[in-house]
Design a protein around this ligand. Structure first.
Ligand SMILES: Nc1ncnc2c1ncn2[C@@H]1O[C@H](COP(=O)(O)OP(=O)(O)OP(=O)(O)O)[C@@H](O)[C@H]1O
Length: 349
């Protein structure tokens, strides 16, 4: 299938005052299939928006090339713009216009006939849950409602490909969830290709078929969320065993199931039953490994007080790749799962 987006070595360098050079996007090479939903995931300043701005012809690349809907982003800018929708971080519909009027005049801007522009406005309001707000001015809407108006405006020309820059940033969890329902409905209805940026791990995980993790201008991982988690993070098994310190036999048993040479970590913990040690090990397919592991520990005379299996998140993937947590870098998303207890890598002691 011919890719709808194809980039080759796309790079953008900014020069800040004082001569400092910032490589915002470095050597981005990728193909995007038509009809797919791809998320660019990364911390603030990773280069996500700059990538989108180049692909939508808002910023010229410093080097490299790309085609979007078959058109060159440098030499066929008007054709690219005619083929895509772009919803930036701060689109902001005009404050004083009514929602429906705004959509209808956007239709006029794109050259739709009188009847067609009204039909399109009504259809988009219906899909995006805006019908009841048709006569409200944008300035009176909530953040989530306004974001939906932004998206409706971007969809007026019926693009084959829609770029969304952080569609849900700043919205409360309920509005985010509604917005996603609408985005998925749109996709189903029009079979659009969607490329969006987000720093919400859960959104990329749940909704995108393909996750491209970017950090410091570079693409550091590119796959389905499930494969990234399985291949780069693995499942984490935590077992709490009675004892006053790490036990060589228990460590040896746990090491046998460790994936990819990962070592076993351990830390003393207080348990109601007395002193205990919690061991942690990364394994492949934890649900298969755990029963045998517990049986082996019991056979070795170790009293297991608790066992937990943690499926990895995309944050574990990011941590593995960069040594940093994406979650710590995103301020207040409300999407966190509890942090792992601190454990020290251990060898026989
Ligand atoms: N016009 C500009 N002039 C100078 N530096 C810029 C400019 N635009 C972006 N940058 C820098 O380029 C880097 C990438 O920025 P970009 O906005 O693409 O990141 P991002 O991943 O979209 O971040 P966020 O999640 O905060 O939107 C950052 O270091 C940023 O400060």
């Amino acid at each position: 299938m011919t890719p709808i987006i194809s980039t080759m070595g796309l790079t953008k360098t900014f020069h800040r005052k004082g001569g400092e050079e910032v490589v915002a996007v470095s050597d981005l090479t990728m193909d995007v299939e038509p009809g797919s939903l791809t998320a660019f995931l990364g911390p603030n300043g990773a280069g996500k928006s700059t990538s989108l701005r180049m692909l939508t012809t808002l910023l010229p690349p410093t080097s490299g090339s790309a085609t979007v809907c078959g058109f060159d982003i440098t030499h066929q800018q008007a054709d690219v713009r005619r083929s895509i929708g772009y919803i930036g971080q701060k689109n902001g519909a005009a404050q004083y216009y009514r929602v429906r009027d705004e959509l209808v005049s956007q239709g006029a801007f794109y050259g739709l006939g009188r009847v067609e522009r009204r039909r399109r406005a009504d259809e988009l309001m219906e899909i995006l849950g805006l019908t009841d707000l048709a006569t409200r001015t944008t300035m009176t809407l909530s953040g989530g409602q306004r974001r939906r108006v932004d998206i409706a405006l971007g969809l007026v020309p019926a693009p084959r490909l829609l770029f969304l820059d952080e569609p849900s940033t700043g919205l409360d969890p309920q509005s985010r969830s509604h917005l996603w329902d609408h985005i998925l409905t749109l996709r189903e209805r029009y079979g659009m290709t969607l490329l969006l940026t987000t720093h919400y791990l859960d959104e990329a995980d749940r909704f995108a078929e393909r996750v491209m993790i970017v950090d410091q201008g570079r693409l550091i991982a590119d796959d389905t969320s499930a494969r990234l988690k399985a291949e780069l993070a693995g499942d984490r098994v935590l077992v709490t065993v009675a004892g006053t310190g790490p036990d060589d036999g228990a460590l040896a048993t746990l090491r046998r199931v460790a994936a990819r040479g990962d070592d076993v970590e351990h830390a003393p913990v207080a348990a109601p039953e007395g002193a205990a040690v919690r061991y942690a090990v990364v394994v492949d397919q934890g649900d298969r490994v755990l029963p045998g592991l517990l049986a082996d520990l019991a056979a070795g005379g170790h009293r297991v007080l608790a066992a937990e299996l943690h499926q990895p998140t995309l944050d574990d993937v990011f941590l593995r790749l960069t040594g940093r947590s994406l979650r710590e870098e995103q301020a207040t998303t409300g999407t966190d799962t509890p942090a792992q207890p601190a454990l020290t890598p251990g060898g026989p002691q």
